[in-house]
Structure formats: C-alpha cells, structure tokens
Design a protein around this ligand. Structure first.
Ligand SMILES: C[S@@+](CC[C@H](N)C(=O)[O-])C[C@H]1O[C@@H](n2cnc3c(N)ncnc32)[C@H](O)[C@@H]1O
Length: 159
C-alpha cells in the first residue's frame, strides 16, 4: 500500500520531527510512506473572513495539486466521522482488497481545509471534537496508521 500524507507547512518542533521519524521508520515495514508538505500561505494575525477563506483556498489549491486521480482521499477534519483504531485498520484492509492501494491522508493548515479539498475527499475523519495543532495531528495519524497495520496483521502492540 502507498500512503501519502499531505500537510500544510513545515514541521518546526524537534520533538515532533523525532516522533514522526520514528513512526515513519516503523511504517516502512508495512507500506510505502510519502509525506508531502505544501507551502503555507503567509497570513497576518488579524484577518477578515474573506481573507481567511482566501488563505484556505490558496493552500487548498496546493493540496489538490498533490492528489493523484486514483488516490482514495481521507481528509482529517474535526467535523468528520469518528473511527476506532480497529475501524481504521479494517478500512485500510478493505481499500487494499478493492485495489484502492493509493491512499492520501490530508491535514489542513492553521485555518483548516478549503471546501474544495473537503469535497475531493472520499471520507472525512475526526480524531475528536477537540482542535489539535496540525503538526501534532501528523504524528497522531502516523501512530494510528501504524497501529492499524499491527492490528490487521494480528501483531502484538501495547494497548
Ligand atoms: C488547527 S486545525 C484547524 C482548525 C480549524 N479551525 C478547523 O476547524 O479546521 C488544523 C488541521 O488539523 C486537523 N485537525 C485538528 N484537529 C483535528 C481533529 N480533532 N480531528 C481531525 N483532524 C483535526 C485538520 O486537518 C485541520 O484542518
């Protein structure tokens, strides 16, 4: 399975970079992983709603340019469906079984995802109703994908 994670902006914090490097290494036994960082749009602190929509639209265009036609897109969104780890694992199995082995997870920038990206997504996935920093979402997602592969293979992993 080829898993792409499309995110906005560069990862800054060292502790996140180390965690992501660790889970990327672990995942290499289970899938081909590609992390794509699109540029974030430089934005002032204070913005009107229209300006915020424009920032999201520009970042959205950059995200859409990275999505391949045959990719199954899972967009991370607070308002999405809440899955258990077992459900994520089963979904990855189901996609592989149906020949949809190109999966792209998309994480928005600090203002969230543009509607155009949400519309392109096959499913919206929520980790909870809480808002997490997008860079932390990247790490949590990698851990959950790793957990999903371990569950699918029946391999032991701490609960
Ligand atoms: C700081 S959040 C954006 C907050 C923005 N107000 C919104 O409602 O989307 C940045 C990105 O992290 C991801 N994210 C944050 N919290 C999440 C959650 N609980 N579940 C799923 N994704 C989340 C989403 O992809 C979001 O676009």
């Amino acid at each position: 399975m080829q898993i792409s994670i499309i995110t906005v902006g560069k990862l800054k914090e060292k502790y996140l970079r180390e965690g992501i490097a660790e889970y990327s290494k672990r995942l290499s036994a289970y899938c081909k992983l590609q992390i794509i960082e699109v540029n974030d749009e430089k934005a002032p602190e204070e913005m009107s709603t229209a300006e915020m929509e424009q920032v999201k639209r520009k970042e959205g265009e950059r995200i859409l340019a990275q999505i391949k036609q045959d990719q199954y897109v899972i967009a991370l969104a607070i308002e999405g469906q809440m899955w258990s780890s077992e459900k994520l694992s089963a979904e990855l199995d189901r996609l592989a079984l149906h020949g949809r082995s190109q999966v792209a997870f998309v994480i928005g920038g600090s203002l969230g995802l543009a509607d155009t990206v949400l519309k392109r997504a096959n499913v919206l996935l929520s980790f909870s109703k809480m808002t997490f920093p997008h860079q932390l979402v990247r790490l949590v997602l990698l851990e959950q994908v790793y957990r999903g592969f371990r569950i699918s293979r029946g391999e032991p992993y701490h609960k």
